[in-house]
Design a protein around this ligand. Structure first.
Ligand code: SAM
Length: 245
């Protein structure tokens, strides 16, 4: 009795397996649902996040919880053939779908793939110039452990980018967004993905995610410095950025 996104309230120790499992069932429909749910705006949010990363030619990037590889595609243009991107995800089906998509686009040579849990990254200290997690941190059980792990694998001078649903900054947006996500979204989920519950839990998980300032504090506690955030679409989404100094 699980849902696509695994946001049902479950014991913590079950959640990792649940999230791993539930993304199996959405891997195929994932891209179309993203476009439908956000009316295509997720593409703009992702572009802005990549711009804020300031990733440059020749750099090493970790696209964590990278799923079907949207961010990897954008980073690839920036790092060029001299750089490298690791597309990493806990879920093998999402990784496989991502790898097939990237290969179909001719993106080969400077992209590697790794099945990992964000909470305990299997990379050496000081490996990456940028670690990015887009719409992934919300699903991670121990977010503090994930942020510490991300900090550890960053090179000094490197930056963490967290792109995630966040909290509307004004009352009107909040009302419209509540109506959309609690009433409309589950109906869209029912019609397109034949799973109303998943999309109701998606909305609930977004409400439970830390507010902008709280996430900034969590990043600082993980050792990141010069942390700041940029709201987009009135705070429906935010990009957080922090550096390892
Ligand atoms: N970053 C992609 C994007 O923006 O399109 C995919 C986002 S998708 C909503 C969330 C991804 O997080 C899924 O592919 C899921 O498998 C992955 N994920 C969930 N928990 C994870 C964890 N603990 N470690 C690594 N990846 C995780």
């Amino acid at each position: 009795n699980t849902t696509h996104f695994g946001f049902k309230q479950v014991a913590t120790e079950d959640k990792v397996n649940l999230v791993r499992g539930v993304f199996d069932s959405v891997a195929g429909q994932y891209d179309i649902m993203n476009d439908l749910m956000s009316l295509g705006i997720h593409r703009i949010w992702k572009r802005v996040a990549v711009q804020l990363s300031n990733v440059r030619k020749g750099e090493q990037v970790l696209d964590l919880a990278g799923g079907t590889g949207d961010l990897t595609t954008l980073f690839e243009k920036r790092v060029g053939p001299e750089g490298q991107i690791v597309l990493a995800d806990i879920n093998s089906e999402m990784l496989r779908t991502g790898r097939d998509r990237l290969i179909d686009r001719g993106l080969v040579g400077n992209i590697r793939y790794a099945q990992v849990n964000a909470e305990c990254l299997p990379f050496e200290d000081n490996t990456f110039d940028c670690v990015c997690i887009a719409f992934g941190l919300r699903n991670v059980t121990d977010k503090d452990a994930a942020l510490r792990s991300m900090h550890r694998v960053l090179k000094p001078g490197g930056r963490v980018i967290v792109l995630e649903f966040s909290h509307p900054v004004d009352k009107i947006t909040e009302k419209v967004y509540d109506f959309y996500s609690f009433k409309l979204l589950p109906k869209i989920g029912k019609i397109v993905a034949k799973d109303e519950d998943s999309y109701r839990y998606l909305a609930e998980s977004i409400r439970m995610h830390p507010k902008q300032d709280e996430l900034k504090k969590m990043m600082e506690n993980a050792g990141l410095e010069r942390c700041e955030y940029f709201n987009m679409t009135q705070g429906i989404v935010a990009v957080h950025r922090g550096y390892k100094i």
